[in-house]
Design a protein around this ligand. Structure first.
Ligand code: NAP
Length: 246
């Protein structure tokens, strides 16, 4: 596991937006960021799941979160700009942006992938992070020290047979991360990095490996050290890096 011990108030005063915050790794990230003092902006497509996370954060007495239901498959640029306006009015800045939501999509021979499924997956896994990042740049620039985190995968760093558009989409976000990081290097206080979570006990993992015993993998909460590291001030000097959670 990534070796980092966060101090309790690591993210005090920070505002952190997480996509896919209603379940799996995104949910754990929201809970963990809130527990370390951040005001979290919960973005996802299933309102009831976001509400459950919201209630858990409130019950624990952590900073009040914000709920922003958004379907990354159907959202248009205006929706992202409206979200940015809302966040400007409420917080005036954004210290962390975690691109976590993703689809697994078809895992089959490349020539068997249906074009519609390819386009749907690219919309959620690649186009949405691009438009969301673009919309959030003014808010990220308004923060003293801002961190953009792209949740990647081992198949986004080395291609693997039958992983289809999912693998290609993860290569694309690694590319988006690298270009953004290089552009901001030395010119702003924004850094961008990626995390490969490694095998983690979630619905996506169960779908990808139906015959695997879920208990053989760590829980999402177990892989949070690297997320906290990248979202806090201890990683100020880290930019353009591809990190592993495990
Ligand atoms: P998960 O349990 O399937 O959670 C994915 C989250 O993304 C869910 O909250 C889901 O919302 C949300 N989402 C999906 N489509 C969306 C859309 N169109 N609009 C808004 N939100 C949407 O997956 P996970 O395992 O936590 O994966 C999180 C990230 O880690 C992904 O980027 C994945 O590629 C990466 N990853 C995971 C593993 C692993 O072993 N788990 C390994 C490598 C990489 P709903 O709850 O409404 O469905």
């Amino acid at each position: 596991m990534f070796d980092y011990t966060p101090c309790p108030g690591l993210l005090q005063g920070r505002v952190i937006l997480i996509t896919g915050a209603g379940d799996g790794i995104g949910r754990a990230c929201a809970l963990s960021c809130a527990a370390h003092g951040a005001s979290v902006v919960l973005v996802g497509r299933t309102l009831s799941k976001l509400e459950t996370v919201y209630d858990q954060i409130e019950a624990a007495g952590h900073p009040q979160p914000a709920i922003c239901p958004l379907n990354l498959e159907t959202a248009i640029e205006k929706d992202y700009n409206d979200l940015a306006d809302q966040l400007f009015d409420t917080f005036g800045k954004l210290d962390g942006l975690v691109h976590n939501a993703a689809l697994l999509g078809p895992r089959t021979l490349m020539d068997s992938v249906k074009t519609d499924a390819w386009l749907q997956l690219m919309q959620v896994n690649v186009n949405a992070p691009f438009v969301l990042t673009k919309a959030m740049m003014p808010l990220l620039r308004a923060a003293e020290d801002a961190s953009v985190v792209f949740v990647s995968s081992s198949v986004g760093r080395k291609g693997r047979a039958y992983w289809g558009p999912y693998a290609v989409s993860k290569f694309a976000i690694e590319g988006l991360m690298q270009v953004l990081a290089d552009e901001q290097d030395g010119t702003s206080a924004i850094r961008a990095n990626s995390i490969n979570p490694g095998a983690t006990r979630t619905a996506m993992r169960a779908k990808a490996y139906p015959s695997e015993a879920p208990e053989s993998n760590p829980e999402p909460a177990d892989i949070m050290p690297v997320f906290l590291y990248l979202l806090g001030a201890d990683s100020k000097h880290i930019n353009g890096q591809a990190l592993d959670a495990q």
